[in-house]
Design a protein around this ligand. Structure first.
Ligand SMILES: Cc1cc2nc3c(=O)[nH]c(=O)nc-3n(C[C@H](O)[C@H](O)[C@H](O)COP(=O)(O)O)c2cc1C
Length: 407
């Protein structure tokens, strides 16, 4: 039983009070910041998570810095704040400081990275069920918002189910099961939907299924049918296509995975960046990473094998990977350069006219560029061609010259 105001409510009652969400955006360090959460909500997501926040760090911060990590927003509810911790009182205290800004507190028991194991948080804690039980019990008894957990599966089904039941008995109100084991780092490796189904059947709290190359609405439906879960959570699928949950069923199979280019990635990137522009707390790194993911086919078809020889617009790719690019405005300008090149069919590596010239030229979408701009473009591309003896150096040189023009 959990408390809501003065009432005792069951996990199911709470879940229904959230509108029984089915489409969930995952907690993602550097990537589930408010701007991205608002973007995916526009396209079908019904429940969002903050990136994982270390509870110890959160407690030690001032109130303003704490809010900057959660980025609460009236249009971003229901929202779950995720913490990592290995200490019951610490989790409780972090939960107290966050509870007024969210609908639940989540404990990360799924992070498989070596740093997590070293620092004793995430998936390594699944080896210590008694400690986890104490943490969940303490937090769920002491907080007026529900406590939820995100776990991985064990190799062994009985162990997985026993762990899930232990969480429920300790006061966990909802469980996300990532169907990969702790050994699968980097979010890859086979995902066991059968184990998720077994967990769902064994517990009586809402279960969210996660993992398994979900790249289309068809995959979402398959996952819900296979696991019987109450909802599906996506991380990489949403990074690659923020409209994953809002789109039409394509009928395509994503088995084997064959990610398709988005129909209008530039518009989508600009939609995200316009949102980010209105939210000053959006980290530059998050913006660059979203632009990299959304424009991967335009900027770098060898996205999955960085450094490949076939990269187009490598100068722009270099820019969106460069930590000197820090503002939404700069990112928008880079995307506009790309849009210009695509529109005017400039060959890869050919620089566009300066941003100022682009700004005063007919907008993207207009059919022809003015003669002055065309002249500037051809002049610029001649000089670029001369400097392109070495592909990499040339692309960096172009990146630098574009950077110098960013406002
Ligand atoms: C960039 C990135 C950051 C992530 N950060 C977190 C995190 O902060 N907390 C967490 O529980 N999982 C995190 N994950 C794991 C995802 O939430 C998810 O469990 C995993 O990617 C599998 O889902 P997917 O197959 O839909 O990508 C992260 C994944 C990615 C790709």
């Amino acid at each position: 039983k959990i408390m809501a105001g003065e009432e005792l409510v069951s996990p199911w009652h709470w879940w229904r009070s959230l509108g029984s969400p089915r489409y969930v955006s995952a907690p993602m360090v550097n990537n589930s910041e408010l701007a991205f959460r608002l973007l995916v909500r526009r396209h079908g997501v019904q429940l969002t998570y903050t990136p994982m926040i270390p509870a110890k760090k959160f407690i030690s911060m001032g109130a303003k810095d704490r809010l900057a990590l959660i980025e609460p927003h009236e249009d971003d509810r229901p929202l779950i704040v995720q913490f990592c911790s290995d200490e019951p009182d610490e989790l409780l205290e972090a939960g107290r400081l966050a509870r007024d800004h969210c609908d639940a507190i989540d404990l990360n028991l799924g992070c498989p990275q070596s740093q997590a194991a070293r620092d004793h948080y995430g998936a390594v804690l699944m080896e210590e069920p008694e400690l986890v039980s104490r943490m969940v019990r303490r937090a769920s008894q002491g907080l007026r918002v529900p406590v939820t957990c995100k776990i991985r599966v064990f190799d062994n089904l009985e162990r997985t189910v026993a762990f899930a039941k232990m969480l429920q008995a300790s006061g966990c109100s909802m469980l996300t099961v990532h169907g990969r084991t702790r050994g699968c780092t980097h979010h890859e490796g086979s995902c066991n939907w059968d184990y998720i189904r077994e967990v769902k059947e064994a517990v009586d709290i809402p279960v969210i299924a996660n993992g398994g190359m979900i790249r289309s609405l068809r995959d979402v439906r398959r996952c819900l049918e296979h696991t019987g879960a109450d909802a599906v959570m996506s991380a990489i699928g949403l990074l690659l296509d923020p409209r994953l949950f809002g789109g039409q069923e394509s009928g395509q199979s994503s088995d084997p995975p064959d990610p398709q280019p988005l129909p209008d990635p530039i518009e989508l990137a600009l939609e995200y960046l316009e949102l980010a522009k209105t939210i000053p707390s959006t980290p530059g790194k998050s913006m660059r990473e979203h632009v990299q993911a959304l424009l991967r086919f335009e900027l770098c078809p060898s996205y999955y094998h960085r450094g490949g020889k076939t990269d187009r617009h490598k100068d722009l790719w270099n820019l969106v990977c460069c930590n000197r690019v820090t503002t939404a405005h700069q990112c928008i300008q880079i995307v506009e350069v790309l849009a210009w090149r695509e529109k005017h069919r400039l060959a890869p590596y050919e620089p566009p006219p300066t941003l100022k010239q682009i700004k005063y030229a007919p907008r993207i979408g207009a059919s022809t560029a003015g003669p002055q701009v065309q002249a500037a473009a051809s002049e610029a591309s001649d000089s670029a061609r001369r400097s392109l003896d070495s592909e990499d150096e040339g692309s960096w040189e172009l990146a630098a010259s574009i950077f110098d023009n960013l406002e």
